[in-house]
Design a protein. Structure first.
Length: 178
C-alpha cells in the first residue's frame, strides 16, 4: 500500500496568525486541491506571520519533517516591506523554478494590471516542491488551475509522492510512457 501524499498549506499573514483575521487563503487552496486531485491526500496546515525566519521554519518543517511532497503558500508576495515570502522560499530551496511565477503573473495580468506587482515563485527543497501563490481566494483558484498541470510531473522528476488530477477539472501532463 502506498503512503498517502502530504501537501503543506501555509497561510502567511500577521493578522490571521494573531487570530484577528479569518484565514481565507488556506481554505481556498485546500478547496481547489480537493476539487482537482483524483488521489487521496493529507493536508498539513500552518498559519505564520509575515516574518522571514518564521516562514523559513514552517517551510523546512513541512518539507523535511512532515514529508510534504508539495507545499503551497498564500500571502506575502507583494511589494510591501513585510511581504517576504519569496525571499524565505528562496532561502530554503536548492533550486528555483521561475516558470511557475511567470505563468501565474501572465494569467493574472489578464484580470488586473496590478498583477505585475506580484512576486510569486516556486522552488525545490529535497523531494518537495514549494509554490508561492497570491493571497486572494479567487486568484488562488485561477493560478492553481494554470500551473497545476505541470506539478505532478515535476514531483515525479524530483522523486516526490505521486499525485494526479481529475482530468475533468484539471488535466495534468506527463510525457508518453511516464
Amino acid at each position: 500500500m502506498m503512503d498517502i501524499p502530504r501537501i503543506g498549506i501555509v497561510t502567511i499573514s500577521d493578522r490571521a496568525s494573531r487570530g484577528e483575521y479569518e484565514d481565507k487563503g488556506g481554505p481556498a487552496i485546500r478547496a481547489t486541491l480537493e476539487a482537482m486531485l483524483s488521489v487521496s491526500w493529507q493536508a498539513v496546515t500552518r498559519i505564520v506571520p509575515d516574518e522571514h525566519d518564521r516562514i523559513e521554519a514552517a517551510l523546512i518543517e513541512l518539507c523535511d519533517r512532515e514529508g510534504c511532497a508539495l507545499v503551497v503558500t498564500t500571502g506575502g508576495t507583494g511589494p510591501a516591506p513585510r511581504d517576504v515570502t519569496p525571499e524565505a522560499t528562496e532561502a530554503v530551496c536548492e533550486r528555483m523554478m521561475p516558470g511557475f511565477g511567470e505563468m501565474m503573473r501572465r494569467e493574472s495580468l489578464k484580470q488586473v494590471p496590478t498583477a505585475i506587482l506580484s512576486r510569486q515563485t516556486a522552488g525545490i527543497r529535497g523531494r518537495s516542491l514549494i509554490v508561492n501563490l497570491p493571497g486572494k481566494p479567487s486568484s488562488i483558484e485561477m493560478t492553481l488551475h494554470v500551473i497545476f498541470p505541470a506539478i505532478p510531473y515535476c514531483l515525479d522528476l524530483i522523486g516526490a509522492a505521486w499525485l494526479d488530477t481529475d482530468p475533468r477539472i484539471c488535466k495534468s501532463f506527463r510525457p508518453e510512457g511516464k
